[in-house]
Design a protein around this ligand. Structure first.
Ligand code: PLP
Length: 394
């Protein structure tokens, strides 16, 4: 204990003390509820990729510090992936950096690229680490709210334009978007790109759900738009694409100058991480298309199962075009406070969800929305759907 009255957690982080996920996961455990709160799969990714990690470990590859920028095999695989999928050319030696998951990529990018007082525009609701990383970097967050419109959450382009000031340094974009499931369209991305070029902004784009897009939606990397490659840091991750969230292998692709800047911050965060797993992820990125289409089809069936169940239970469902989350509106159930609803849901129905309000600065804008994850086994989702029917029955 210190004798001073000063709080231990500093002012920059005071508002980020504990996350809702800890509270809700504890509640799930206590009540024996099905946890659709936190977004991680309950089955592991491909067996041959797990085996590749075992082989690397046994062969003594990656058990000691790997190279700072990541192993050449993985940097090459990331570059090949961007080339084959999107026609984006990156030099594996100068334009790819391996990170400890997308989380470190986000942190290192913001710590490297922001001066205290710089404004960062991000769409709310936003992924929970964005606000904390901006705060650590001394940046000022400027949220632009995605609002429900014809069954999905959309961006108001005028609002985005109005949010840019002389202090704006960076746009932090996320598509496919967690928690709303929105996939930005070609038109929206074109407008964002034009704005970034016009106002000379840096862009960090979190594309960890690039392989999880459904129906007619298409993932378009922002770096493919005119004038964007030279100002964009693109973030990817093996956690979401290959269902190995515990491995913490992520990466960025960008220009040599931006990669060098981000690496300067990254080298003092973890320096390196996940040695043997880097070898396995290099193999994962080279998996044939059949892996990616089967992965998508599996998640699509799960989305439809949970979406139908939620609708039958009385929720308004925003059917996601991407990610493995469904955002719902609880007002048709006669509820308006997502926090209260989520705290009561385990007792009422034996299911845990997350109130979207935690992802907003303007909490009232997110109050009636609640997020469910569907990256769970079919049997688990079926049981959750059965339990949620209790809500419809009163
Ligand atoms: C899960 C997630 C991350 C973190 O990815 P890791 O590779 O596990 O660090 C980053 N951004 C979004 C939007 C996510 O959903």
């Amino acid at each position: 204990m210190t004798s001073s009255a000063r709080p231990l957690l500093n002012r920059r982080l005071a508002e980020f003390g504990t996350t809702i996920f800890a509270e809700m996961s504890a509640l799930a455990l206590k009540t024996g509820s099905i946890n659709l709160g936190q977004g991680f799969p309950d089955t592991d990714g491909p067996e041959e990729i797990r085996e590749a990690a075992v082989r690397a470990l046994r062969d003594g590859r990656g058990n000691q510090y790997p190279p700072g920028p990541g192993i050449p095999e993985l940097r090459g695989a990331v570059a090949a992936h961007q080339q084959q999928r999107y026609g984006l050319s990156y030099d594996p030696d100068r334009e790819v950096l391996v990170t400890a998951g997308a989380t470190e990529a986000i942190a290192a990018s913001l710590l490297a690229l922001l001066e205290p007082g710089d404004e960062v525009i991000a769409f709310e609701p936003y992924y929970d680490s964005y606000a904390a990383c901006m705060a650590m970097a001394g940046g000022t967050r400027v949220p632009v709210t995605l609002r429900p419109h014809d069954g999905s959450f959309r961006l108001d382009l005028d609002e985005l334009r109005d949010a840019v000031t002389d202090r704006t340094r960076l746009l932090l974009i996320n598509t496919p978007h967690n928690p709303t499931g929105t996939v930005l369209t070609r038109e929206e991305l074109t407008a964002i790109a034009e704005l970034a070029v016009e106002r000379d902004l840096l862009v960090v784009t979190d594309e960890v759900y690039e392989h999880l897009v459904f129906d007619d939606a298409e993932h378009l990397p922002l770096a493919t738009f005119p004038g964007m490659r030279e100002r964009t840091v693109t973030i990817g991750s093996a956690g979401k694409s290959f269902s190995f969230t515990g491995w913490k292998v992520g990466w960025i692709t960008s220009t040599p100058e931006l990669v060098t800047a981000v690496r300067s911050a990254k080298q003092f965060l973890t320096y390196v991480a996940s040695g043997p797993f880097q070898y396995a992820v290099a193999e994962a990125l080279a998996l044939p298309d059949t892996y990616f289409s089967a992965f998508r089809a599996d998640m699509l069936a799960k989305r439809d199962l949970l979406a139908a169940g939620l609708a039958e239970s009385g929720f308004e469902v925003f059917k996601p075009a991407g990610t493995y989350f469904i955002t719902t509106d609880i007002r048709p159930l006669g509820e308006s406070d997502g926090f209260a609803f989520c705290r009561a849901l385990p007792e009422r129905a034996g299911v845990v969800a997350i109130p979207n309000a935690v992802f907003y600065d303007h909490r009232e804008a997110g109050a009636p929305f609640v997020r469910f994850a569907f990256c769970k086994q079919t049997g688990v989702l079926e049981e959750a759907v059965k339990r949620l029917k209790a809500l419809a029955e009163g």
